[in-house]
Design a protein around this ligand. Structure first.
Ligand code: PLP
Length: 403
């Protein structure tokens, strides 16, 4: 689980005495809820751990790789087989032509990808536009590099639509990039072609990078379609794709992610990925490569279908319980408004209300405020539905007992 709150100050303070040497890390609301959930033996819909099955082909290939001695450092940009598999699937699924020798870096998850990219492309004082509600790690990573995350709010009432005028208004001479997380955590927003085109125009006009976090690319429902910014005309050179297999193959602990970018950005990005992580775990690179090679359309369609069913389960339970859920088009989280609940949940803010929900039902969710600037998101909770069916059914049953 790699989510955290935004109020993290991960810097050790020097020269202030021994106790001040430890990082002042405020415990993440998500981790806090997980601990509190464990204490009461509840069902944890707070963390996005996705505890669904790892595909057998992926598992077996990783075990075989270990047995065959693939247990040492790999090239800093990853094994050739995995880079080739990533390039081929990107061309097959997104029509983006990728050179596996010069345009791919295998990283320590999408998290490691973003850290390496941010180190390579940004200087302290630069600004990066992000969309609110946002993923806390994006903000935390930028903050530790003294890069300013400038939040542009999405319109909750209009299915999290993008207001392009707000994006234009947020641009300053210090803006270096726009970060697009599609499908998004926590809103499940899937950026439309029109929205991506409008952002592309702005990126070209102001000479900005576009960083895309596409970790949920295969979790898309209904009419929504995942489009990578890099596939848009004239955008390949300035787009840095960041993605990975934590979610697709349910291997969040394996740490296999990747970057696709124009060859001219790769040496700097690979340098920082090497400096931070040296390489991604060798046997798991083989496991993921085998999965990409061998799993076809049916696997990805099945994944989306399975999670769409889970989405229906949680949305209907939340409605029955008196919440007003924002039905997500992608990823596997649902933000739900507590406004209609009146005073069923006790507390002044979302963090207190999430604890009240845990006390009353034994279901853990995350305070919406973890995904917004201070003072916002207080009427929302986020529920993760990437759970085994039995656990999700139990959570739904408990939620329905609320009212
Ligand atoms: N990006 C987003 C938007 C996420 O929600 C997550 C995990 O919750 C990650 C990245 C982490 O991906 P990885 O496990 O590949 O580091």
């Amino acid at each position: 689980m790699v989510e955290t709150e935004v109020n993290v100050e991960g810097k050790a303070k020097r020269g202030l005495g021994l106790s001040a040497l430890s990082p002042r890390v405020v415990q993440s609301e998500i981790r806090a809820m997980t601990m509190e959930c464990d204490i009461v033996g509840g069902v944890n819909l707070a963390q996005g751990v996705c505890d669904t099955e790892v595909p057998a082909v992926v598992m077996e290939a990783a075990k075989t790789a270990m047995d065959e001695g693939h247990n040492i450092y790999t090239r800093m940009d990853g094994i050739a087989r995995l880079r080739r598999a990533i390039a081929e699937k990107t061309e097959r699924m997104q029509s983006i032509v990728v050179d596996p020798e010069r345009e791919v870096v295998v990283t320590s998850g999408a998290t490691g990808a973003f850290h390496a990219v941010a180190l390579a492309l940004f200087d302290a004082g630069d600004e990066v536009l992000i969309f609110e509600p946002f993923y806390g790690y994006h903000v935390g990573t930028l903050r530790t590099l003294h890069v300013t995350a400038v939040a542009v709010e999405l319109d909750a009432a209009a299915n999290w639509a993008l207001d392009i005028e707000k994006v234009k208004a947020a641009i300053t001479p210090k803006t270096k990039a726009i970060l697009v997380n599609t499908p998004s955590n926590p809103a499940g927003k899937v950026f439309t072609l029109a929205e991506l085109e409008a952002l592309a125009e702005i990126a070209k006009e102001h000479d900005l990078f576009v960083l895309t976090d596409e970790i949920y690319e295969h979790f898309v429902y209904g009419e929504a379609k995942h489009i990578s910014m890099a596939a848009l005309p004239g955008m390949r050179e300035r787009t840095i794709i960041m993605s990975g297999y934590s979610k697709t193959f349910s291997v969040t602990g394996w740490r296999i992610g990747y970057i696709i970018a124009d060859a001219k950005w790769i040496p700097a990005i690979a340098y920082f990925s090497d400096l931070l992580y040296v390489c991604a775990p060798a046997p798991f690179q083989h496991g993921v490569a085998a999965g990409i090679e061998k799993l076809g359309k049916t696997f990805y369609a099945g994944l989306a279908m399975e999670h769409e069913v889970k989405r229906e389960m949680i949305v209907s339970a939340l409605r029955d319980a008196g919440f007003d859920p924002y039905v997500p088009d992608g990823a596997y989280y649902v933000l739900a408004s507590m406004k209609g609940l009146g005073d069923v949940l006790e507390g002044e803010n979302a963090a207190q209300k999430s604890r009240s929900l845990l006390r009353k039902t034994g279901v853990a969710a995350v305070a919406g405020s973890a995904f917004f600037r201070a003072g916002r998101g207080e009427d929302l909770l986020r529920f993760c539905y990437a759970k085994k069916d039995d656990d999700l059914e139990e959570a739904c049953r408990r939620l329905r007992s609320l009212t």
